[in-house]
Design a protein around this ligand. Sequence first.
Ligand SMILES: *[C@@H]1O[C@H](CO)[C@@H](O)[C@H](O)[C@H]1NC(C)=O
Length: 726
Amino acid sequence: MVKGVSRNLGYYRVLIFFIDMMVAMLPFSLQIVSETTVFNTSSQIAIALPNCPEKCGDTQIPYPFGIGENCHYKHPKDGIYYSVTCNTSTSPPSLIYGDSLEVTNITLEGNIWVRNFVAYDCFNYTEEMHYKQNTSVRMNRFVVSTTQNSLVAIGCDTYVWFNSVGITNSSTQYHSGCMTTCNEEQGNSVGSMCSGIGCCRAFIPNGVYNVSVQAKSFYNHSYVVDFNPCSIAFVVANDAMPSPKEYLPKNFAYVEKLKLPMVYNWSIGTKDCLTAQAAEEPDYICKGNSTCVDLPDERGYRCQCKPGFQGNPYLHGCQGVGGGIIAFFIGALWLYWQHGQRQIKKMKESFFYQNGGHILETKLKRRDISMGSIVKMFTVEEIKKATDNYSVSSIIGRGGFGMVYKGILTNNQVVAIKKSLKVDSSQVEQFINEVIALSHVNHKNVVKLLGCCLETEVPLLVYEYIRNGTLYEHLHDEHKTRLLTWDVRLRIATEVAGVLAYLHTMTTIPIIHRDIKSMNILLDENYIAKVSDFGASKLAPTNQDQLASMIQGTCGYLDPEYLQTGDLTEKSDVYSFGVVLAELLTREKALSYERTEDDKKCLTSYFLRNLKDDRLLEILDDNIKSDGALVQIKEVANLVKRCLKVKGEDRPTMKQVARELEDIKEIGSHPWSDKRGVLLQKESEYLVGEIQVNSNDYNNSITAMNDSSSNSQSRVVSLVPLNDGR
Ligand SMILES: *[C@@H]1O[C@H](CO)[C@@H](O)[C@H](O)[C@H]1NC(C)=O
């Protein structure tokens, strides 16, 4: 038995060795074949005239196109030109047709891809500015491909107007267009369908050139400018259609630079095949083994290699491809494919190693735990299936730290998949420790980590999906914020503080969150806080660039002591939490350029200054002022002040913060008292308990939303239908 196995293994090794040899020799043997026979691989076929550049950057330049006086096709009379230039001042160099049109691909099948600016109509009411730009493309006498492009407009108060000239009858104008509208909710949920809500799509008329596109709006975006400042419109290649949802919130600065690809059809001359053939060169240029193809909606003709031949039919003609060579080629391809499969497996293994998979395995083995029982290890294939191969429509978040996709597992569970930063090799162990620690955390206010995938270049983390959005959205959206009464806010704050205290002290390895902000606090359908995005998904950045981008992005929440020392401690979370508290009180963003004076941009200094000058009431959010809980609010404001102390050691611990918030919440149960001392008297607590039976039952959303305000019943009723959310 044993002998048999080892002999088999021996044969296997020999086979592998043989295959490796073949693969290694493949390019060499191909070259021999191509030199000794008429066979050519497509990359070896001369596509340009001798001594003429075949490429500009990565873009091939097949004849009849060419760079330089004698390198392209020219007809003395018809006025159609095939001359292109290479702009080497860009990186990579870009191929240019005409004055400035960027060409990205030219194929011998008659397609030429160009990248063109989009037309836009943008509004900025704070600056009282209106930016507008139409676009027009002139490609000599080539026509826009009808089948490979669409006319598209994206916007919520938008229509597009397309204007062009017919190639066979240039006195006739051809038009097309479409309109699109949406409200904010529709804009947030717009999919990839361009059906008139957020995005519309129209056909391009047959056989047109000299196109111009205008983006226009009906009401100057005055009703939608908050979530959609720009109307944009463009002709785009069907396979490069952008995601409407992603483009809706983009403003002028973005769309001004936006370029999208479109496809033109090119042809030779203005005559049909018969007429050109009769006139011979320079009118007719199809060379050996090729045929001439007439074009119904275009002028001129194209050349095509006969079946079984390949090459550039405009240049030296096409060469035959022999049968034996095809068989050889298929064989070689098969070997190559085998080799590729092994490469992929090797790559997965090396990523797994690089992402710390082996550390995870050893650690768990030591404790005699099987890997699957603690963190589910997802395969790349499972993740691809869940996210529809990382489709653009499954992206639900994007930030300095990577992407978040929404995915659906095969058991129909909806999950959020986070693609994190590349893990630095020095931090792999810490990363794995945190994955293990987080998968142990089973706290009702933490977004649960379900598993991970280490087979990809950057590790992927799979979390439960929370459907009601972030605290940030709820605070800074006029409509949603009405449901955030003071009691709800205070409860959310208490929940978050509780989680942080728990993670700092209760777990085996203290877990520092590192990035507490309202965007990382999710709310479920009952407005229960779920803290997301723990350290595991992003370790402290190691290089300066990353640090700089992090500071820019979240400056408003970042602990100033950490900025100075670079040491991240539990107290950094306390600081960030203080900023969230201030946000809950004022409904001001942590960093806002709308607060124009310099020292106002950061919420922290704005808040502390006003608190010092005894102007707390003036900066409070109006919505909570009327809730009549001023005693609580003042207490929370004082807590903010302590959390925001510059020196970490002066700040309270998260445990103290959590306890104080619990205490402050208790004051609310005593509407008539403004002294905390009353709390200590058990008897009165009982009294209150009888009046408001369920005031502490978090699991019941209705009572939780309602602890003390008597008129909130109607709000709760309206809360339910709004919850279907995203
Ligand atoms: C150009 O287009 C052809 C056909 O679509 C494609 O096979 C080729 O990869 C493209 N080349 C580049 C550089 O994009």
